[in-house]
Design a protein around this ligand. Structure first.
Ligand SMILES: CC(C)(COP(=O)(O)OP(=O)(O)OC[C@H]1O[C@@H](n2cnc3c(N)ncnc32)[C@H](O)[C@@H]1OP(=O)(O)O)[C@@H](O)C(=O)NCCC(=O)NCCS
Length: 400
C-alpha cells in the first residue's frame, strides 16, 4: 500500500436527538442552528485547536433546502464563529452523509491537502420529511424499470429483506428491538452517552427549555408490547414502528485531523482510520448495503470480520442489522455489537448518524483496550452501504 498520511478521529459531539414533528423538542429550532450548536460545543471542548487551523468544514444534509440549504458546511462555519478564511461545503449521501463527510475530509488529509477538518451532518426530519417536497424522480426510473417505484420507501425495502431471507423473522426483529432499547437505557443510566451531548436551548409550548436527552427512547419496550403494533409499510407485514428507526431531528460534528497535526496541537486521537468503503446493492433491498461495503473495507484493511472487536451499526431497521449479522455469522445479541443500543432507540436523523456511530465507538475503545479494531457501518437509501474501520489507540495487545 502506498505511503499516506495517518488520519485520526480527534473527537465528536452531537445534539441530543429529538422526535420529529410538532410535539418534538426541536419543532421551533432551525436545522442549521442544530449543527452549529454541535460544532460550537465540540470546539469549546478543544480550546487547544486554534480556529484558523480548521481548513475545511464538510456538513451533510439529505434535504438541502430551506434551513438545510445554502451550502450548509460553509454557512455553518460562519455561524459557528470560525474565521471567514475557513472554507466549507455540503454533502449528500442520504443516511451516510456524515460518514461521507468524514471519509471525504479524511481523503483530503491523507492526500496532504489539509491537516484539520470538521465533518458532521444534520437532519431535521420534522421540517424536512422523508417524502421530500422538492424531490422529482426521473420518470426513466419507472419507465425503464431501473428500480421499483417503491424502492424509495425505506420501510418497504425493509419488508423485502424479510421476504428475501425468511430466517429473518419478525420475532427476531422484535427481540433485537427490545434489546436495543434496553442497552440504550442501560447506557444512559450508566452515564455513557451524555458526555458527548451538547445541550440545546429550545422553545416549546411551555416556554424556554433545554434539550439534554434523546427524546425518542422507549425504555419500557417489551416483547409483549410489540405484538399488536401496526405494520405501516405493508398490510400484515413484519416491520413496525418499534423495529424501524423513528423519524428524528439532530446534528453531529467531529474533528478529523492528520496524526501529525493532532500531536502538534495537543489534540487527542481517539481513533485511527484504517480503511473505508462504500458499495451499491439493489435499491429494493437497500438495507443489505453494509454487507458489501464492509467486505470491501475489510479487504482494503487486510483484515477479516474476526478481527473486529466492536461494532457500531446504524439501526435503520432491525431486520437490516440482522441481515448483516447473519451474513457474517454473528449472533443477534453478540456483546460486541452496538453495546449502547442504537438508532432504534435514539433515532436516526439521516445525514447526521454516521458521526454518532463514530463518537460511540471512540468512547467504547477507551473502555476496551483489549480491542484493536472497530467497525462503523450503515445502509443508505437507493441501495448503498458505507463502512469505516478504525483502530483503537488504547489497544494494549493483551487478551483481557
Ligand atoms: C415506522 C414509522 C412510519 C412510525 O411512525 P409513527 O407511526 O409516527 O410512529 P409512532 O412513534 O407514533 O409509533 C406508532 C405506534 O407504535 C408504538 N410504538 C412505537 N415504538 C414502540 C415501542 N418500542 N414499544 C411499544 N410501542 C411502540 C407507538 O406508541 C405508537 O402507538 P399508537 O399508534 O398507539 O400511538 C416511522 O418511524 C418511520 O417512517 N420510520 C422509518 C424512517 C426511515 O425510513 N428512515 C430512513 C431509514 S433508511
Amino acid at each position: 500500500m502506498a505511503e499516506r498520511t495517518e488520519v485520526v478521529f480527534v473527537d465528536g459531539a452531537r445534539t441530543p436527538f429529538g422526535r420529529a414533528g410538532e410535539k418534538g423538542q426541536y419543532w421551533n429550532t432551525r436545522a442549521d442552528d442544530l449543527v452549529v450548536k454541535a460544532m460550537v460545543g465540540l470546539l469549546e471542548r478543544h480550546p487547544e485547536l486554534p480556529k484558523d487551523r480548521v481548513e475545511e468544514v464538510a456538513i451533510a444534509a439529505t434535504t438541502q433546502v430551506g434551513d438545510q440549504a445554502l451550502t450548509i458546511g460553509r454557512s455553518a462555519a460562519i455561524l459557528a464563529g470560525l474565521p471567514k478564511s475557513v472554507p466549507g461545503y455540503a454533502i449528500d449521501r442520504m443516511c451516510s452523509g456524515a460518514m461521507t463527510a468524514v471519509t471525504n475530509v479524511a481523503g483530503a488529509i491523507a492526500f496532504g491537502a489539509i491537516d484539520v477538518a470538521i465533518a458532521g451532518g444534520v437532519e431535521h426530519m420534522g421540517r424536512h420529511p422523508l417524502d421530500g417536497a422538492f424531490v422529482d424522480p426521473n420518470p426513466r426510473f419507472v419507465a425503464e424499470q431501473l428500480v421499483s417505484p417503491d424502492a424509495l420507501n425505506m420501510g418497504v425495502t425493509a419488508e423485502r429483506l424479510h421476504d428475501r431471507f425468511p430466517q429473518l423473522t419478525k420475532e427476531r426483529a422484535d427481540a433485537y428491538a427490545v434489546n436495543s432499547q434496553r442497552k440504550t437505557a442501560e447506557a444512559y443510566a450508566a452515564g455513557k452517552i451524555q458526555p458527548d451531548l451538547v445541550p440545546v436551548a429550545i422553545r416549546t409550548g411551555e416556554g424556554w427549555g433545554l434539550a439534554t436527552r434523546d427524546e425518542g427512547m422507549r425504555p419500557e419496550t417489551s416483547l409483549e408490547g410489540l405484538q399488536g403494533l401496526k405494520t405501516p409499510f405493508r398490510p400484515h407485514g413484519r416491520v413496525t414502528a418499534a423495529t424501524s428507526s423513528p423519524l428524528t431531528d439532530g446534528a453531529t460534528a467531529s474533528i478529523i485531523a492528520s496524526a501529525d497535526a493532532a500531536r502538534e496541537l495537543g489534540l487527542p486521537a481517539k481513533m485511527r482510520l484504517v480503511s473505508f468503503a462504500f458499495a451499491g446493492v439493489e435499491p429494493e433491498v437497500m438495507g443489505l448495503g453494509p454487507v458489501p461495503s464492509t467486505e470491501k473495507a475489510l479487504r482494503k484493511a487486510g483484515l477479516s470480520i474476526g478481527d473486529i472487536g466492536l461494532f457500531e451499526l446504524n439501526e435503520a431497521f432491525a431486520v437490516q442489522v440482522l441481515s448483516l449479522l447473519d451474513h457474517f455469522g454473528i449472533a443477534d445479541d453478540d456483546p460486541r455489537v452496538n453495546q449502547w443500543g442504537g438508532a432504534l432507540a435514539v433515532g436516526h436523523p439521516l445525514a447526521s448518524s454516521g458521526v454518532r456511530l463514530m463518537m460511540q465507538l471512540a468512547r467504547q475503545f477507551e473502555e476496551h483496550p483489549e480491542v484493536r479494531y472497530g467497525l462503523t457501518a450503515m445502509c443508505v437509501g437507493l441501495g448503498q452501504g458505507g463502512s469505516v474501520i478504525w483502530e483503537n489507540p488504547n489497544y494494549d495487545g493483551k487478551k483481557h
